[in-house]
Design a protein around this ligand. Sequence first.
Ligand code: R5P
Length: 297
Amino acid sequence: MKNCILISLPGNQQLTGVLASKLNMQVGDIEMRDFPDGESYIRINSNVQNKIVILICNLVHPNNKILPLMFIAKTLKELGAKKICLITPYLPYMRQDKRFKSGEAITSILFASLISNWVNFLITIDPHLHRITNLSDIYSIDSISVLHSTKLIAEWICNNVDSPFIIGPDEESRQWVDEVAKLVSAPYAIIEKTRYGDREVSISMPDIREKDKTPILLDDIISTGTSMLVVTQQLLTQGFNSPVCICVHALFDEKTVNNLLNAGVQKIVTCNTIHNTFGQIDIAYLIVEEILRLKFD
Ligand code: R5P
């Protein structure tokens, strides 16, 4: 792919390295630093004239990343880049997709319109699509690739769990649970969850009888871990086996991990869309395949 160049933003070197070697693609040279006053200095040292520039910038914790990313994308265009492709394995700001209380900002829409100003291709993995069912409803980008980790998650379960029973901790997890359960030919159940605050939820468990199986709690995101924690407590109280918690995007910190393990979770497994020590399920190849499919001609 001679007409493409990869540019990695800080923290994305690992994925960039995989893409560069699998796709035989050049990695561009960029200088980024903060001036003493905290403002960004950016310099692009590679020739990007008439090239498709693939920016690798995982936008987890996006607020400090978005301004430098915009500076880079706009500078690339000024320097003659033909198109800009943004790869962000985790797409942030997808959960505030509605004005739940008067006066709230609908940040999903605002964030989408910001990114849409300077990106031509977007590649991401399992965005939190709920009330917004398609990214193209809020992103005005020529080409949007939404990749799915369900096959990889199912493969992990098949290779590591003998008798799984898949449980979705809320209605929003149904799309992942339904697909993975089909792929592993396992039974599943969806729990009814009501959220009262960032760390406060209540659940209503359906009647689950498969006490001899291994419960796999599956969701797209684990953040504070509250959803998984409450389900785990209920399962253990009812005499189920210790569950395995699986998610696509690990937004959690060490405290969450400790809370889950102390509550009796036997294992935490995640995709590596966000770098973390439990990220056993590698999504890099999904992105490689998508770039090959897009061809960027
Ligand atoms: C939201 O609806 C997501 O699917 C997750 O259920 C949620 O982000 C999990 O958050 P927490 O780990 O803080 O309960």
